[in-house]
Design a protein. Structure first.
Length: 545
């Protein structure tokens, strides 16, 4: 195909060059004929002989015309009178005859250049009028240049043109061969039909798999997004041709796609989705990133953690319940009935006091149940979980499940921080300020170093080894995402007396409606406390520091 194109271009260029060359040669021949005719017309002897003699084969006009013809190499030099009668001609038989072409223009005083056919064949002609001494037209001179000489010059130019064209064709053939070799290497010797089939298969595969694929060029711009990547990242075709920073904004997901964070199975959060990303460079300087949705898996992992925590709590409660039953049995066997009644009252009162303390300050049933359950888990782990005296939260939450996730993650984070420390204590403060909700979780653990207070909210950051079924480093990142989604903030500092203090401010967390009666909420929360504690706790993510 490339050779055919090169040959066609060479032929076309040659033809386009020959066409103006032919016209140029015609123009030169006609001008030459016109100059010879004008020079002959300036010969005053020819004019005098034309007026004084008769046309004859050996007349002076014929002799002078033939001399000029031989001297200039013209095909013919014809002198005619005002009636168009020839006084000279190459063929003596034509002398005295009327010219074969129309002489009116020349006899009217015009100079004529043309390509025409006469008695001697096709020729390039020049005709000029012949004036006497009084500037009257007494005849005309017609000079012809054989057209065969023009054609011969054109034919003589063709070999040179063909040489240049052949050289250009040879260069084009060499370039075509080099290009074809390069194309073959780049396409790995695949035919066009094979490439088209591979492209169709690739499109079907990319849009059919349930894994996000993002391809970037060597400039770091997005050049391909499959359907799953659009869904997971929440972007569309407007991201094509743009860098990840422009398409996604700042964040860990952008850093992973741009290659600023390296590694395998990198954990990142995009919106409400937990993603696992891998990035592989390509030979052309670009990269291909794959994204897997681990949101459901993370939820299952948190449920598994909460179930294990609940099992551990139930096992400890079972052991404690057995101890209490043994104590009660001993009191009854010793017939210490009053002490038995007092002992039962203390056990029931402790649990009721915890429930009433929580539901009296937290009127949302989900949050109340969560904190009652967390208090039980904390007690079994030897940690004192307290509600601050300033805690007051009405039942007007816009997104109670989101706040449950925030509180659960922060409380679990604090319980992990104070584990195996003396006098372990976690304090929760949750209050309403207008429509805003302010949450503070303080612990007596080792605290967060100042140089790590920004890193702890990064997806995948953790100082503890993850469990076998999932990765760590998600909880605090989700807390920040949930807070930012509501226009809020999350900060961490040092608690009074040591430890860490997490502060979450949600400016639009509460609705304008009046709070519902607290008694009904307290009853609902108290009833759901024991059964929903572990389940509500499961919405939180353990986040170590």
């Amino acid at each position: 195909m490339q050779l055919a194109i090169a040959a066609g271009v060479a032929v076309l260029a040659t033809g386009l060059f020959l066409a103006p060359l032919g016209r140029q040669l015609d123009e030169q021949a006609m001008r030459r004929a016109l100059v010879i005719a004008a020079t002959t017309a300036e010969n005053r002897q020819v004019v005098r002989d034309l007026r004084k003699t008769a046309p004859s084969v050996d007349g002076p006009v014929q002799r002078e015309a033939e001399r000029i013809r031989r001297a200039t190499g013209a095909e013919y030099v014809v002198v005619m009178d005002a009636h168009g009668t020839r006084w000279s001609h190459t063929d003596p038989k034509q002398i005295g005859e009327h010219v074969s072409t129309d002489p009116k223009a020349a006899l009217a005083g015009q100079r004529v250049m043309e390509i025409d056919t006469g008695t001697l064949g096709r020729s390039a002609r020049g005709k000029v009028p012949l004036y006497d001494d009084d500037h009257r037209i007494v005849g005309a001179v017609s000079v012809g240049i054989a057209y065969d000489s023009v054609r011969a010059k054109l034919i003589d130019a063709i070999p040179g043109l063909l040489a240049y064209s052949g050289g250009a064709l040879a260069a084009g053939a060499a370039a075509a061969w080099l290009i074809s070799r390069r194309v073959q290497r780049q396409t790995r010797n695949l035919a066009f039909s094979d490439i088209a089939a591979l492209l169709a298969e690739r499109e079907a595969m990319l849009h059919g798999i349930r894994e996000g694929v993002v391809a970037l060029d060597r400039g770091g711009r997005v050049r391909l997004l499959n359907d799953e990547a659009r869904r997971l990242l929440g972007i569309g075709d407007e991201a094509l041709g743009r860098s990840p920073d422009e398409a996604l904004g700042e964040g860990r997901t952008t850093d992973v796609l741009a290659g600023r964070v390296t590694g395998t199975d990198l954990l990142t959060v995009r919106g409400q989705r937990v993603l696992v990303a891998n990035r592989m460079p390509t030979d052309d300087g670009g990269a291909v990133a794959t994204l897997r949705d681990r949101t459901e898996l993370e939820q299952l992992g948190r449920e598994l953690d909460s179930t294990r925590g609940l099992i551990d709590a139930l096992r400890a409660q079972d052991h404690e319940h057995a101890n209490r039953m043994h104590t009660l049995l001993g009191l009854l066997e010793l017939e210490m009935y009053d002490d038995a009644v007092e002992f039962v009252g203390e056990v029931v009162g402790d649990h009721r006091a915890t429930t009433e303390q929580v539901t009296g300050k937290i009127q949302d049933p989900l949050l109340a149940a969560l904190l009652v359950g967390k208090a039980t888990v904390a007690a079994e782990r030897g940690v004192a979980l307290w509600l601050s005296d300033r805690t007051r939260l009405p039942d007007r939450l816009v997104d109670p499940r989101g706040l449950v996730t925030v509180v659960g993650n922060l409380v679990d984070n604090a319980l992990d921080a104070v584990a195996a420390t003396p006098h372990a204590r976690v304090e929760v403060e949750l209050r309403a300020e207008g429509r805003a909700a302010v949450l503070r979780v303080r612990d007596t653990g080792p605290g967060v170093p100042e140089d790590q207070r920004d890193l702890i909210f990064t997806e995948g950051w953790s100082t503890k080894r993850p469990p076998t079924h999932r990765n760590r480093g998600i909880g605090l990142s989700l807390v920040r995402r949930l807070a930012e989604r509501q226009g809020g903030t999350v900060t961490v500092g040092e608690a009074h007396g040591g430890g860490a203090e997490f502060t979450v401010v949600l400016p639009e967390a509460l609705a304008e409606a009046e709070p519902a009666p607290g008694s009904a909420l307290a009853t609902a929360a108290g009833t759901a406390a024991e059964t929903a504690a572990g389940t509500a706790a499961g919405t939180a993510e353990e986040e170590p520091r």
